[in-house]
Design a protein around this ligand. Structure first.
Ligand SMILES: [Fe+2]
Length: 290
């Protein structure tokens, strides 16, 4: 029987979270869970993640995996909240080691942040196959947007993270530290080599033109119609387009808080002597000069 896939849209950040359940054994995985966060006040909340938890419990799911497609820069991960409530292992691509080292430097973090991947329960390598009851989750590295990006393939469903978006939205930016447009081009083509009927589930949708948010397309649709990267677009043309477009994009609203939490697998920095956890803001380091 095919995997049961339930999408959850997080409107404030345009993010999609997925619950995947094996119908035979009820083994479940949750991909890219979102923690609510108000950057003005520094307050976090779990209402969105709790809706995902309620669905998983209602479906009788036994959570095995909490999977990140990469260390997101636009939302904070709810991985630790899910892990506390439902169990399961938090996993991400091995490229997180490079991402952790990069951002340890950018945020001036000291030895309290090991940057050795140990905040995660499992680091994933190319070709790893994670058991999900009678199903398997195949890990496909797709660097380019970030160096830790991976896609997850479960039966005919492919969770692509920030590589390609819906066909009318194109592809992910490549201007974060560790980003590389040529690498993204090659990564997307490894996905485009999969059968055209493969169902593609995207990580974000920003409702271009005011249409309703969408989360599912297919490899065939992407190859025919992706506005940035359809069949016939050369690597050179793609890289030029991506570099030009990235030069116009603002830093994401939540980049500074999101990255600091997400490189720790969704954990907040250790509380200081007053019992409060603090995030850092490196002045005049990130983004374009004003
Ligand atoms: Fe991203």
């Amino acid at each position: 029987m095919p995997a049961q896939i339930t999408p959850f849209h997080h409107a404030p950040t345009g993010s999609w979270t997925y619950v995947v359940v094996d119908p035979e054994t009820r083994a479940a995985a949750i991909i890219d869970p979102v923690l609510d966060y108000d950057w003005r006040s520094g307050r976090s909340g779990t209402a969105s993640a709790d809706a995902v938890i309620a669905h998983c419990q209602g479906a009788g799911g036994q959570l095995r995996w909490i999977l990140e497609t990469h260390a997101h820069a636009d939302h904070l991960s709810a991985a630790q909240h899910l892990r506390e409530r439902l169990g399961g292992q938090v996993a991400i691509g091995r490229g997180i080691l490079e991402v952790q080292r990069t951002f340890r430097r950018i945020f001036g973090l000291g030895p309290e942040f090991a940057a050795d991947g140990s905040d995660f329960d499992r680091l994933l390598a190319d070709g790893d196959l994670l058991p999900l009851g009678d199903l398997g989750i195949r890990v496909l590295p797709v660097p380019g947007h970030t160096s830790d990006s991976v896609a997850y393939r479960i039966d005919d469903a492919l969770f692509v993270g920030d590589t390609i978006f819906m066909p009318d939205s194109g592809t992910a930016r490549c201007d974060f530290p560790g980003g590389n447009a040529a690498l993204l081009y090659r990564s997307v083509h490894t996905l485009y080599a999969l059968p055209p009927a493969t169902r593609v589930f995207v990580c974000h949708d920003y409702s271009p033109g005011g249409r309703a948010p969408r989360c599912e397309t297919s490899i065939g649709e992407q190859r025919a119609a992706n506005i940035h990267l359809r069949d016939g677009v050369t690597e050179e043309a793609f890289v030029q387009m991506r570099l030009a477009r990235d030069a116009t994009l603002d830093v994401p609203n939540l980049l500074l808080p999101a990255v600091q939490v997400n490189i720790r697998a969704g954990k907040f920095p250790s509380a200081e002597a007053d019992g409060v956890s603090y995030l850092r803001v490196p002045l005049n380091v990130v983004g374009r000069p004003l």
